[in-house]
Structures are given as structure tokens and as C-alpha cells.
Design a protein around this ligand. Sequence first.
Ligand SMILES: C[S@@+](CC[C@H](N)C(=O)[O-])C[C@H]1O[C@@H](n2cnc3c(N)ncnc32)[C@H](O)[C@@H]1O
Length: 395
Amino acid sequence: MFTYATRTTTTRTTTTRTTTTTKRASLFCLRKYISFEGARKREESSSRASFSGRMAALEDEDVDANHHNNNNNTTTTTNTTAKKNKKDAEKKKGPTPAPKHTRKYGTPMTGYQLEHGAKLMAEDSPFASLNLKEAMKSGAAKGVRCRQHVNPLSQKFSAPSRTPDWAAIFKEPVKPMTIDVGCGGGRFPLAMAQRFRERNFLGVDVREALVERGEKWGEFAEVSENVAFAAGNCTVSLKPWLDDYNENNRDEKRRGKVELVCVQFPDPHFKRKHWKRRVVQKQMVDALASGLEEGARVFLQSDVKEVAEDMRDKFEKFGNGKFVVDESLHGNEEVIFEADAPDVSDWEGEEHEGFVPTWYEKGWLKENPLGIPTEREVQTTNEGQPCFRVMLVRT
Ligand SMILES: C[S@@+](CC[C@H](N)C(=O)[O-])C[C@H]1O[C@@H](n2cnc3c(N)ncnc32)[C@H](O)[C@@H]1O
């Protein structure tokens, strides 16, 4: 298992966060809680577009091209005359100069996107060693064009995706594997692969364009031996993938164990009617309970408290006693902050009856014990917002 990053870790990333945490101590956590509640409510009440904007920033240049196209179509049908008048006026004026930073498909990035994208690429970013700025400049991997959000319940994603060819995607499949569920831009598995050469990392995302770019970035950063990306809906794909992985794992020399599964900052799907789109569902908990071996870890984190609670409580509720909170971390009072008792009145249906959550008593981890953040995590900590983290162990 990983040696968790501790207060004595000397990497730049961890040191920065450690210093911050140490200075502000527990009062900081309390403040973060309070300010977070306000931020969450603001976020919930603000338009979806605002949240989407923040999400878009994560992929540097991702654009919901369809969304823009749809908007244009609506304008065309509802306001044809106005558009014609505008066109005539533009003809008279001559061509409008292209806005700065316009990508070839014509959508300028917002200031916020530019700023966050630049931060992820900056020299003091935790991902600087991947040299992705050079990858972008050299044309080895450009920005991607994909929807900001996809509906994992749509027909396209309802069936499990093709199982990766384990022997083909990793040079040495015998190494222990980490799966990053919903890896987004993929910097986390890439940076982990660079730091932990003796381990394999699989980034999975439902958005194919990100997966393809992740592969290219992996080649550019020269980590493709121990990192790979796969496209798929993790809610439905993990079960067959793990079954296949384990089946081919009889000869221990051929496949490493799955030692860690991370679900980090999953799409929150705030509206109750969309909760079923969240990636962690009973189906995924079942898949991990049956597919992981004793001692494997599951790391959950989110900047949205209710989403972190939802993931944690689902593992407690549906894990059938096969998971526990990792006492080696949560047992240390210094590394946790207090969690509220979750509001189970939101849980509907017979399957929840009689469920009394207890894991919240183990608190949230103050820091990411893996020592490498995700893209969203960088954004969250840069904004001074808290993250809610739990480490679980398969018993
Ligand atoms: C908010 S982003 C977080 C990305 C990354 N984990 C991070 O922390 O920066 C959530 C990601 O999960 C992906 N995703 C959503 N539902 C998924 C599913 N059912 N299976 C796999 N990926 C999914 C989205 O496409 C998106 O890239």
C-alpha cells in the first residue's frame, strides 16, 4: 500500500498544504465548514451555467460545443429577423476581428477558465513535472472538445464499456493497480504514475475526448508504461472489468492486485431527481465489495459535503460489512476534523429502512493522504474551500 503523505513529507505540494493546515489549526477547519455551507448554498442557487463554468475550467479548454450550438439554433429559430439585421450591419462594418484566445471551433475561453487552466500549467503547479505546457505547445496534445457534463444514464453509457486489455495497456501488469474513477483531465493518475513508478494507474472517464488526451499526455510525459486511460461509465463498467481482471489474476505473476480505487470530486448532480446520475451507486459499491481483495483501499473525496456524505454513507449502507473506515488514518485525531451526522431523512425507499450511519463519527481527513491532488482539488484549495475526505479499507 502507499506510504501515505504525512507532515514530514518534503514534496512541494504536501509541504504547502501542511504548512497551511498547521498554521490555521482546527479553527481553520471550523471556519472552512461555515464558509463552505455559504458557498455551497450560493452555488446551488446560482445557475447551472455558473457551476458548469467552474467545471469547464478543469479541462483547460474543454467546451460544451453542443451546448453552444444549441443556443445558436434557438436564436436562429426565434429571432431570424434580428439576426438578419445584425448580419447586414456586420457586412457594412466589415469582418469582426477574432477575439483573443478563440479556439478554432470558435468559443473564446472565459477569464476564469484561462486563469485556472494557466494555474494548472504553471511552474509551481503540482503537475508542473509532467511538462504538459510543452505538450500543448508542441501540438502533441491539444485542448479537447467535449461536453462539460454527460448524462451517464443515457443509452450510450448504459452498458459496460469494453474491458481494457490489461496486458497491453501496462508494460508490467504485475504491478499493483490504482483506478481513478472519473479522472477528468487525468493529471492525478499521470502525476501519480510519475511519482510511483512501481505501481500502475488506470484513469477512467465517461468522456472519451479526455481519455484520448490523457493517453497522449502520458506518452509526452513518458509515463505511459504505468499509466493508462479507459473510457466508460464506472457505475456499470467496474464490475465486469474487475471480474475480468481478477479472472486473469489467478497466476499472481501476471497481474498485480487492485490496491486503491479513488472517487474524487465526482459530478455533484445537486437536484434530487438527478441523484441517480451520481457515479457512486449501490451497483458500484457491490462491484468493489466483490472485486477488491482484502486490504484494498477506497479513497473518496469531494468539495461538496453532501456528495462526500452520500458516497461514504452508500459504502457503509451497501458494503455489506466488507468495508470499514481506515483506522490507520482516521484513528489519529490530529489528521481528522469532525463530520456532522448525515441527514438520512433524504434517503427514500425500502432499501434504506433501518440504516443508521455511524462512519461519520470517524471524521473527515484534513489532507489528501496520497500526496498528489486532483485538478479539482487544486482549484478548491486555491479558492480556500474545504475538501471532505474518507479512506476506506476492504476487510
Ligand atoms: C468534476 S470532474 C472531477 C475530475 C477529477 N476527478 C478531479 O477531481 O479533478 C468529474 C469527472 O467524472 C466524470 N464522470 C461523471 N460520471 C461518470 C461515470 N459514471 N463514469 C466515469 N466518469 C464519470 C466526468 O466526465 C468528469 O470528468
